[in-house]
Write a protein that binds this ligand. Structure first.
Ligand code: SAM
Length: 237
């Protein structure tokens, strides 16, 4: 098992080669990527390859996104330290930790209870206190906590979910991949009053966003009719 020193060196190399070497220029994002220990968010047997230039499996046929994609989406959000963020698709909790490192508070929603609980526990272990993880259908957002300054969707939607547009504050940014099941474009949506300015960025391939405003779920749980439940790391759900 690599030492803490080895992991820090791998992280620095990742930032240099995979992020600065491409088009990640925002110093706040680069610093967050230097700080967040990606290896703490992957299954134990994958820790030694946590800093490689690829997504990795995290169970339930889901993945932790490639470091470059995490950095790119974070850069596209144009986050400030005052932002209240909604993240859809907690997954491993790694992207959540990067958001927590920069923004004021992060609400994160995950469809699979086990993934959400594990991510919430890891975030707590790593000392992130400005986050709450909910279990539910993120395609419907979190209306009780809206509006949000920024919204990030880390799974592919067939179109921009209406509830997420509605929960974005005026002047806010929403970043998400949209397209079909196998090919999407990363989009940034800016809200100006009742107008939404949409930019199409790069082609990407994400796992599907399942739910009422996403793709039809092939399996259980179908959470589309239930209200999101907040996971409390102090209790056992
Ligand atoms: N950003 C995550 C990370 O750093 O590990 C990776 C996210 S993974 C690519 C996409 C996640 O979206 C999966 O964990 C998946 O279960 C979740 N997901 C899919 N549909 C969802 C929905 N309707 N609501 C909430 N989460 C959903």
């Amino acid at each position: 098992m690599p030492s803490a020193h080895d992991f820090a060196a791998m992280r620095e190399r990742m930032v240099h080669d995979q992020l600065i070497g491409r088009d990640i220029t925002n110093p706040t994002v680069l610093d967050a990527m230097r700080r967040v220990p990606r290896h703490a968010f992957v299954p134990a047997h994958l820790q030694s390859v946590a800093y490689q230039d690829s997504p990795l499996p995290i169970g339930h046929n889901q993945t932790i996104s490639q470091p470059y994609i995490v950095a790119l989406m974070t850069q596209m959000l144009e986050l400030t330290a005052k932002d209240i963020v909604l993240e859809i698709g907690t997954g491993s909790g790694y992207q959540t930790a990067v958001l927590c490192d920069i923004a004021q508070f992060v609400y994160s929603l995950e469809r699979y209870p086990e993934l959400g609980q594990q991510a919430s526990d890891r975030l707590k272990q790593q000392g992130y206190l400005n986050v709450e993880v909910f279990i539910g259908d993120g395609s419907q957002g979190l209306p009780d906590m809206a509006p949000f300054d920024t919204i990030l969707v880390t799974a592919a939607a067939p179109a921009i979910p209406g509830p997420l547009r509605a929960q974005l504050r005026d002047g806010g940014r929403l970043v998400l991949p949209t397209g079909d099941r196998f090919q999407q474009f990363l989009q940034r949506v800016r809200r100006q009053g009742e107008s939404w300015h949409i930019e199409h960025l790069i082609p990407v391939m994400f796992v599907p966003l399942y739910g009422r405003h996403g793709f039809k779920p092939p399996d259980n749980p179908d959470l589309s009719d239930s209200t999101p439940i907040k996971y409390d790391p102090e209790s056992n759900m």
